[in-house]
Design a protein around this ligand. Structure first.
Ligand code: SF4
Ligand code: SF4
Length: 259
């Protein structure tokens, strides 16, 4: 039995049977172990994470719901093709004259959207791309019992697959539905801001393919960075701000109906 299986078995034993001092001590030691650091050093190479701090901007008014970002993400990150596994997806909001709001996302919006059908007169429609918010105060990190999900110095939230035991605690804790259990690796999976690309100075795949520039990725601080300009020149909103998760995906022209 390897370390991952051992930890998984420990976690599925009913708490009443095996919540002894040894178990708790094991978990607390594991949580203190800088697992992320070990993994990050091997990923970073010459890249200096201290010199960066990333976020993403999304301009709702520019998104046309074409779904190219969803497709690019699936290909880039080996996300299963089935229409219930996504690292990013697009939702359509349809608002009728009487104030009713309908939300749909057929297959995550990967093939675009058909004309909206409504018995009532439609006031407006718009598209909202969604993904992991790389929260500054992430509930998913707080609940992970083995420290497999962690914040990086440069603003991302990642999962170390070597340590993830597939317990799904983080999937349940994420208030944005941004995580899923990968059916092949049996580990938690989600958007990484295409971390393997950004450490090489490339843009995330979804940003690169967006034909309208609705997605903007970059540095928060340097004033001439596209993301910093987007933050300066737009009135921004985040999803579920009342949860105080500190999302780092900032939306411009975000309607109050969006949750
Ligand atoms: Fe974690 Fe969900 Fe926040 Fe992403 S959006 S950092 S998965 S809580
Ligand atoms: Fe919207 Fe751009 Fe994605 Fe198309 S590629 S759905 S325009 S964010």
């Amino acid at each position: 039995m390897n370390r991952r299986d051992l930890l998984k078995n420990l976690l599925i034993i009913p708490p009443g049977i095996f919540l002894g001092g040894l178990f708790l001590k094991t978990l607390s030691l594991l949580k203190k172990t800088p697992l992320g650091k070990i993994s990050l050093e091997s990923i970073y190479g010459k890249y200096n994470p201290h010199a960066h701090y990333y976020a993403m901007g999304i301009d709702i008014d520019k998104c046309i719901g074409c779904g190219r970002c969803v497709e690019a993400c699936k290909i880039e990150n080996n996300v299963p093709r089935e229409p219930f596994f996504f690292r990013t997806w697009v939702e359509r909001y349809v608002i009728t004259v009487d104030g009713e709001t309908k939300v749909d996302s057929p297959e995550g919006g990967i093939h675009g959207f058909p004309e909206p059908i409504s018995e009532k007169e439609i006031l407006r429609t718009f598209f909202v791309p969604k993904l992991c918010n790389h929260c500054d105060n992430p509930p998913c990190v707080q609940v992970c019992p083995v420290g497999a999900t962690y914040k990086t110095i440069d603003g991302a939230v990642l999962v170390d697959k070597d340590y993830c035991i597939g317990c799904r605690y983080c999937i349940q804790a994420c208030p944005y539905g941004a995580r899923y259990l990968h059916p092949e690796t049996h580990t938690a999976d989600k958007c990484t801001f295409c971390y393997h690309r950004i450490v090489k100075g490339l843009q995330p795949a979804c940003v690169e393919v967006c034909p309208t520039g609705a997605r903007i990725f970059g540095e928060v601080k340097p004033r001439n960075n596209p993301l910093a300009r987007f933050v300066r020149f737009n009135k921004l909103g985040v999803l579920k701000p009342y949860l105080n998760t500190g999302p780092k995906v900032y939306y411009a022209n975000l309607d109050k109906e969006v949750t």
